[in-house]
Design a protein around this ligand. Structure first.
Ligand SMILES: *[C@@H]1O[C@H](CO)[C@@H](O)[C@H](O)[C@H]1NC(C)=O
Length: 418
C-alpha cells in the first residue's frame, strides 16, 4: 500500500512534463477526451432471475446462491456452463462495436475468483471471461471488470448473488473481498490494452454498512489493484450517496490516481419514481447533468435503463410484484403492467416506444456531461426496456449514438406527443 502510493506520487510528478494525456494516464482509453459508451453484460456471470427467468421458472431459487444450492454442485455446474457458453458470444462484441459502443462492463462474483469452502457456488467463469476479453480485443471494445458480489452480500440484492440480509464486513468477508480483487487484478490488469478498469465493488449499501468501511475499502482496493498495475483505472461506486457527496474524496489531490466514480441512475425503485410522468422522468434525468459535471474525478453513470416502471417480471426479486401496479409491498396502483411484464421490443405498445425513445435520448444527453455511461443491460430474455441490443436494432436507441431525433431535451420544454 505505502509503496504503491509512493509510486503513484512519483508517476504523478513525472506526468507534469508529459503533455499527452493518454500517455500520462497510461491507459488504453482517454477518459478525459473520450466518452465511455458502454453496456453491462448483466445476468451472465452473476444470475438475476429477472434477466433470465427461464433458469428460475418453476423452482424456488431466488438468486445464484440458492440456484446452486438447490441443484447441487454437479447439476449447477452443468446448467451454468451451458448458460455461460451461450448467453454472450463473439457476435455480441462485434455488434456492440458496430453500434458505436466502446466499453463492456462485466459483473463477476467473488465466488468465481476466491470461492469459500462453505458456499454452494460453482466455478469455471474465468475461462469464459478470458474468451470475452479476447473477443473484446478483436472487436475493439474495452472492458470494465466489476466485482458485483462480495461475501455475505454488500446490499442484499439478488444481483449480489445472495438475496436477503447485508452482511459484508462481518467475519473475514472484508479481506476475502480484497483478496478477490487481488486475484482479479493479477489475472487481468496486465491486459491493459482491453481491461481499462476494475470496479472494486458494485452498489455497497450505505444503509446497511458502515460508510467508513466503504471508504477504507476504496483505499485498500485501490492499493491492491496498484500492486498489479500502476495505471488500470479503479472504479468506486457512490454507495447511493450521490455524486456530490464524494467530491474531495480520492481525487487527484489525495494521492490516488486514475479513480472513476460510478453512479447508477434508475427512476423505478420507489413508488414516487414510478408515478412520474414521461416528462418528469426526462426532467429528473436531465437534472443529473450538473451533478456529474461538478464531480472532481472521472465520473460515469455505470447503470441506467430505458424503463420508466418496475413492471419487468421479477425485477424486484423472484416472484415479487411491481410498485407500478401496486402488487409490491407498500405501493399503490399507478397503472397496468400489461404489455410491460414480459415481452419483446417489437411487441411494446407504440406509446411506450415513443416515451422510451425520448427518455433514452435525454439520458444520453445528460449522462455524457462527464465521462460517459454504461447501459443496463446488453440483453435480457424478456424485459424489452432493458435490452440495449434489440432497442438499437429497432431504432429506439439512436445510430450513431450521438445522433438525435429529439435534440436538446435538457435545455427545452418537454413536448412528448404521446
Ligand atoms: C430480441 O431479439 C431477438 C431476435 O429477434 C428475439 O428472439 C428476442 O425475443 C428479443 N427479445 C426482446 C426482449 O426484445
Amino acid at each position: 500500500m505505502v509503496f504503491a502510493k509512493a509510486l503513484a506520487v512519483v508517476t504523478a510528478c513525472l506526468s507534469i512534463v508529459d503533455a499527452n494525456p493518454l500517455k500520462r494516464q497510461g491507459l488504453a482509453f482517454d477518459f478525459d477526451g473520450d466518452k465511455v459508451r458502454g453496456v453491462n453484460l448483466g445476468g451472465w456471470f452473476v444470475l438475476e432471475p429477472w434477466i433470465t427467468p427461464s433458469l428460475f421458472e418453476g423452482g424456488t431459487a431466488v438468486d445464484e446462491y440458492t440456484f446452486t444450492q438447490n441443484l447441487g454442485k454437479d447439476a449447477a455446474q452443468a446448467a451454468l456452463k451451458a448458460h455461460w457458453g451461450s448467453w454472450i458470444s463473439e457476435a455480441d462484441f462485434t455488434e456492440m462495436a458496430r453500434f458505436g459502443l466502446n466499453h463492456a462492463r462485466i459483473p463477476i462474483g467473488y465466488w468465481a475468483l476466491a470461492p469459500l469452502l462453505e458456499d454452494p457456488y460453482v466455478q469455471g467463469q474465468l475461462e469464459y471471461l478470458d474468451a470475452a476479453i479476447g473477443w473484446a480485443r478483436t472487436a475493439g471494445i474495452k472492458v470494465m471488470l466489476d466485482l458485483h458480489g462480495a461475501p455475505l452480500s454488500q446490499n442484499g440484492f439478488d444481483n449480489s448473488g445472495n438475496y436477503g440480509s447485508i452482511g459484508w464486513g462481518q467475519g473475514d468477508s472484508y479481506w476475502q473481498t480484497v483478496n478477490a480483487i487481488r486475484i482479479l487484478a493479477e489475472r487481468y490488469a496486465s491486459q491493459s490494452d482491453v481491461v481499462t478498469s476494475i470496479e472494486l465493488l458494485n452498489e455497497p449499501a450505505n444503509w446497511g454498512l458502515d460508510v467508513g468501511m466503504i471508504k477504507q475499502y476504496v483505499y485498500d482496493g485501490w492499493g491492491t489493484v496498484r500492486d498489479s498495475s500502476g495505471t488500470t483505472a479503479v472504479v468506486m461506486h457512490d454507495a447511493f450517496l450521490g455524486v456530490p457527496y464524494w467530491n474531495g474524496f480520492a481525487n487527484s489531490a489525495s494521492g490516488l490516481n486514475n479513480i472513476i466514480l460510478d453512479t447508477h441512475i434508475y427512476q423505478v425503485f420507489s413508488p414516487g419514481e414510478v408515478a412520474r410522468t414521461p416528462c418528469e422522468h426526462i426532467k429528473n434525468a436531465c437534472s443529473n447533468a450538473v451533478l456529474l459535471a461538478g464531480s472532481d474525478k472521472w465520473t460515469i453513470v455505470g447503470e441506467w435503463t430505458g424503463a420508466q416502471t418496475d413492471c419487468a417480471k421479477w425485477l424486484n426479486g423472484f416472484n415479487k410484484g411491481a410498485r407500478y401496479d401496486g402488487t409490491f409491498p407498500d405501493s399503490s396502483y399507478i397503472g397496468n403492467c400489461q404489455n410491460k411484464y414480459q415481452g419483446t421490443v417489437d411487441g411494446m405498445l407504440d406509446v411506450d416506444k415513443t416515451n422510451l425513445e425520448y427518455f433514452i435520448e435525454a439520458q444520453l444527453d445528460a449522462y455524457e456531461a462527464h465521462s460517459g455511461w454504461v447501459f443496463w443491460a446488453w440483453k435480457t430474455e424478456s424485459a424489452p426496456e432493458w435490452h440495449f441490443q434489440n432497442l438499437t436494432r429497432a431504432g429506439l436507441i439512436p445510430q450513431p449514438l450521438t445522433s438525435r431525433k429529439h435534440p436538446n431535451q435538457c435545455s427545452t420544454a418537454c413536448h412528448i406527443p404521446s
